[in-house]
Design a protein around this ligand. Sequence first.
Ligand SMILES: Nc1ncnc2c1ncn2[C@@H]1O[C@H](COP(=O)(O)OP(=O)(O)OP(=O)(O)O)[C@@H](O)[C@H]1O
Ligand SMILES: [Mg+2]
Length: 229
Amino acid sequence: MSNPELIIEAAGVTRTYRVGTAELNVLRGVDYQVQRGRWACLLGASGSGKTTLLNILGALEKPTAGTIRVGGVDLSALSRRSAAHFRNRSLGFVFQAYHLLPELSMLENVMLPGLLAGNSRSAVRGKAEELLARVGLSGRLKHRPSELSGGEQQRASIARALINDPELLLADEPTGNLDSATGNGILELFRELRADHPQRSIVMITHNRDIAALADQVDELADGVLRRL
Ligand SMILES: Nc1ncnc2c1ncn2[C@@H]1O[C@H](COP(=O)(O)OP(=O)(O)OP(=O)(O)O)[C@@H](O)[C@H]1O
Ligand SMILES: [Mg+2]
């Protein structure tokens, strides 16, 4: 039975990669629970499987074994098509390298997931303008990603992640490419956005223990399993 207070319930998650004849057991039985409204951080050495786990939680990748519910939805039961729908409607992704589409303006980048969700262009445009203002980019609507600083691109990618009001934000080292002052600004933005929507949950990968100190919950991935710190 699914617990409505949990945004994430994962049990016994394993992920094995086969490379040639070798087997790489990256996740060896991960149990993970995050309550709704929590900011959870994942720590772990490079190569420990953090991105692999985040991709599995985000229905981008299937585990080798184990069960995962996100917002009560059993991810293993989703077809590719319904997984794509679920990602677009319920999740927001923020990546270290922003992943904005270079040929689109900031406004178009932020609007895109809203249009893919089938909402009207005028409604999505209004929401995107609001979100870009919220992240301090009102003056950059027509800029392309290459015309913005790294911190500005990350702000835009956060606005994009929020366009469909996701219940869960998944962030993979969102400050990893930024200097510390700019990175602190991004973290402050996450804090403010969370205060706007206390029911929204965040899972953030970081290498930075100062960032982890801001979180409600910190788990470390090592040897294929998670340990609560
Ligand atoms: N598609 C794949 N095929 C084979 N091996 C893979 C694949 N994806 C990841 N791996 C391996 O799984 C391990 C975990 O990778 P992952 O990207 O999850 O690590 P990470 O903890 O996010 O590291 P980093 O902090 O450097 O981003 C690595 O050893 C990696 O080489
Ligand atoms: Mg990674």
